[in-house]
Design a protein around this ligand. Structure first.
Ligand SMILES: [Zn+2]
Length: 325
């Protein structure tokens, strides 16, 4: 069964490997897994290191700041897209389905953390014009726009720049992603916007108390807006006793959210990091090649075949089409 993955860090891996002189990184390192797991479409989220130090291990060049890092990562990825055509960029939900139906691999460009904006809100228009259709204002760290999930000191929520920028995202027609925001930033986004928002790669806080997961009132608010929540395979977001987590425990998060608000608000946002994490991935869901194992686990926690199809593909596409067309 086809699967849409709302969150993958693949662009980080492409940047790292292209930087080391490798070619056809997607074709050699990623496509085989997408095919094996029937992952038919994805959001490629560009993670921008909050500081030069955070990005230092990935670059040998002398970098001046996060914007420099962001542009270099972008350039390496655009070079890979241009030279190998392994994936095709999509700008709407209709594009995604057309590209998929043509037997190709659709990718929607997204950004994880506006650290490379240097506090300039006009950068959201720049990213839009480069083809980006998705954005998460922060990763875990605070920036000029918002407090992140691991905010320092006090949770300040959105700044004035953050409110302005998220409104601009809605005006442009971009997917607004709350996955890495602090609690206060989450509610500030809900106040500043009116359309659907997504949490591309977060689970249920009630089953695993960690700052990256969503509390019941947040889950309800996302559902009321017609948004969607992507289930994250990282074991630390599945269980507090993380070494015990398996794909079945992640399916229980999907079950919990569906029981709370309905199966139409659950999707996949796997966040696989088998290609660069030093820690072992969750057994049963180690890479995109295992995506079907997750669908099987969904059946085991009582989802019907129709509901599994919704979680695998239809729910994500419903929201993408609603926001992007
Ligand atoms: Zn993330």
């Amino acid at each position: 069964m086809r699967v849409f993955d709302l969150h993958t860090d693949t662009m980080m891996d492409v940047s790292n490997k292209v930087g080391k002189g490798e070619t056809d990184v997607l074709g050699k390192h990623h496509m085989p897994d997408y095919k094996a797991g029937e992952v038919g479409g994805q959001i490629f989220a560009l993670w921008v290191p909050p500081t030069v130090e955070d990005g230092a291990e990935y670059f040998t060049e002398n970098l001046t700041g996060p914007q420099d890092i962001m542009m270099r990562m972008l350039a390496r990825n655009f070079r890979e897209f241009r030279d190998y055509h392994t994936v095709e960029l999509a700008y709407t939900g209709t594009d995604i389905e057309r590209i998929y139906d043509e037997g190709k691999s659709p990718v929607l460009l997204g950004i994880e953390g506006f650290y490379g904006f240097n506090g300039e809100p006009g950068m959201i228009d720049v990213m839009y014009n480069l083809g980006f259709r998705h954005g998460m204002m922060t990763w875990n760290n605070d920036n000029e726009f918002a407090s992140g999930a691991e905010f320092e000191g006090e949770d300040k929520g959105l700044t004035e720049l953050g409110v302005y920028t998220v409104k601009r995202m809605e005006e442009l027609g971009m997917l607004i992603d709350v996955s890495h925001l602090s609690f206060r930033s989450f509610w500030d986004v809900m106040d500043a916007t009116t359309g659907p928002v997504i949490a591309s790669h977060s689970n249920a806080w009630n089953l695993c108390h960690c700052a990256r997961n969503l509390k019941d009132d947040q889950i309800k608010a996302i559902a009321e807006r017609g948004g969607v929540i992507g289930m994250n395979t990282w074991k630390g977001f599945i269980m507090e006793d993380m070494e015990a987590a398996t794909e079945k425990d992640l399916a229980r998060h999907a079950r919990y959210i569906a029981d709370l608000v309905g199966p139409e608000y659950v999707a996949c946002g796997f966040d696989f990091c088998n290609y660069f994490s030093e820690e072992d991935p969750t057994p049963g869901i180690r890479s995109a090649a295992d995506a079907q194992n997750f669908l099987h686990a969904l059946r085991e926690v009582g989802f019907s075949e129709k509901e599994v199809e919704m979680i695998a593909w239809d729910n994500a596409l419903r929201v993408i089409k609603k926001v992007l067309g």
